[in-house]
Design a protein around this ligand. Structure first.
Ligand code: EPZ
Length: 421
């Protein structure tokens, strides 16, 4: 297994190219199942989860090619030979449950392993199933698998989501585009990745309106052409680098990202005293000296993103006073707290609330990554900690960050990737 070794204390300066968004690329690649033609997807990030997604598509019989040098993927949808997403692939990447909607839409059936929980929560899929039931799908859970059927094909319906679930909205959207008649998703998630999926589906000939708002309307069509789409930039990756620059007292510019994708988080940075400059397709965040403590609550978009919570917690260990973080999206998303405490942070948690005292001088130590964004928070902390921080189990990190040590080194960080002895 690999580890990252960071020597803290250097000020980060400069610009960093932001890769395509993992959480847009995954549903968009699964949407290629909807067409029997070739789909061309560009700006695909080089990530472990993308590799897993292509393995799932291959296991369904679709031919996939990943042209690594130019971040392009071609999916040939002509030979959809299987409707089963096997346990060993789904358990490595729970987003594989996003094959449900496309398989039901195209083949009227699907057999998908239940994803199971992960470090940050139980992650049930009940909202996905109830949405697809509104389009006529029937489900049986047996042997750890979801057996889905729509013998007469999917028909249009109203899908009322109890919570604006990102994944459930994506499955609902990908099912409705080929359903007979009109559909609506009510209380839909509004994340930028949902909008990007809708744009990709529209390039296939799908009829969608209202994406990015709580009510999405879809007019089913009989057939979809191959997709031609370039994946939107990764707002979570971008914010991770902006936090890294700020925590070191430096100034970092994220290239290829739009302010609208992270307004709420940028407002918190401004409240903390950072200088935020937004221009067309780039955002610069610079330190202006001491950071002020703040309080924030994670919410569905456009609220503060849960995927940025851990990185901000690391940043807030350097802010003056007590900050309060309330996590409302996942029930166990404070796994990074005990690792940050190993670096000297003063954090206490009570239920879904964490209180962070600062500023605290952090000192390097060996820490362990537990989930994707927790790993990112340990990097942010390691960049400011005195001495050396070693982060183990960074396979979590490789799921969602392309070449993170190269990008950070490019900003002046002293960071190396090594094989665990
Ligand atoms: C997506 O997960 C992202 N993953 C997550 O990013 C992100 O944290 C999350 O959305 C919230 O923004 C991908 O896009 C691949 P949800 P998803 O359905 O779709 C509960 C990362 O770090 N829920 O919006 O699984 C659920 O348990 C990852 O990149 C149900 O109860 O998130 C959670 O508490 C982590 N039943 C809440 O809703 C359901 O059927 C939000 O989940 C579905 C969800």
């Amino acid at each position: 297994m690999d580890l990252l070794r960071i020597r803290g204390g250097t000020r980060l300066q400069g610009s960093v190219e932001i890769s395509g968004a993992k959480n847009a690329a995954l549903p968009i690649l699964f949407a290629a199942i909807l067409s029997d033609q070739k789909s061309h997807i560009s700006n695909v990030p080089l990530l472990a989860d993308i590799g897993t997604t292509l393995k799932v598509l291959d296991s369904l019989g679709l031919k996939t090619e990943f042209h690594l040098t130019d971040h392009k993927v071609v999916v040939d949808g002509s030979n959809l030979a299987s409707v089963e997403a096997p346990y060993d692939l789904v358990r490595t990447m729970r987003a594989s449950v996003l094959v449900l909607g496309p398989l039901l839409a195209r083949k009227g059936e699907a057999k998908v392993s239940l994803p199971g929980g992960c470090a940050i929560g139980a992650r049930p899929v009940d909202f996905h199933l109830s949405a697809l039931e509104a389009l006529g799908a029937k489900f049986e859970i047996e042997g750890g698998y979801i057996h889905a059927n729509a013998p007469q094909g999917l028909r249009g319906g109203v899908m009322k989501l109890p919570f604006p679930s990102v994944g459930a909205t994506e499955n609902a959207l990908m099912a409705a585009v080929l359903a007979k008649g009109a559909s609506q998703i009510q209380n839909a998630a509004c994340e930028p990745e949902i909008v990007d999926l809708a744009v990709a589906l529209r390039s296939m000939g799908a009829k969608i309106a209202g994406e990015g708002t709580p009510t999405v309307k879809i007019e089913g069509v009989a057939k979809l052409d191959g997709m031609k789409h370039s994946v939107t930039a990764d707002r979570i990756e971008a914010m991770t680098y902006l936090c890294a620059g700020l925590v070191t007292g430096g100034s970092v510019t994220a290239l290829g990202i739009e302010e609208a994708s992270m307004t709420s988080a940028l407002q918190i940075l401004t409240q903390m005293g950072a200088k935020v400059e937004c221009a067309k397709s780039k955002i610069t965040v610079s330190s202006t000296g001491a950071l002020k403590s703040v309080s924030f609550t994670t919410e569905p978009f456009p609220g503060f993103p849960t995927d940025m919570q851990a990185q901000f917690m690391a940043l807030l260990t350097q802010a003056q006073g007590e900050s309060t973080i309330t996590e409302t999206i996942f029930e166990n998303r404070f796994m990074h707290v005990s690792e940050l405490i190993r670096l000297g942070a003063k954090i206490s948690t009570q239920g879904n609330q964490a209180k962070v005292q600062g500023p605290v001088k952090l000192s390097g130590a060996i820490v362990m990554a537990t989930d994707l964004r927790a790993s990112a928070s340990l990097i942010v902390a390691g960049l400011i900690a005195g001495g050396e921080t070693v982060i183990r189990r960074i396979y979590h990190l490789d799921r969602g960050y392309e070449n993170i040590e190269k990008k950070l080194s490019g900003l002046g960080a002293k960071i190396t990737r090594e094989k665990e002895k």
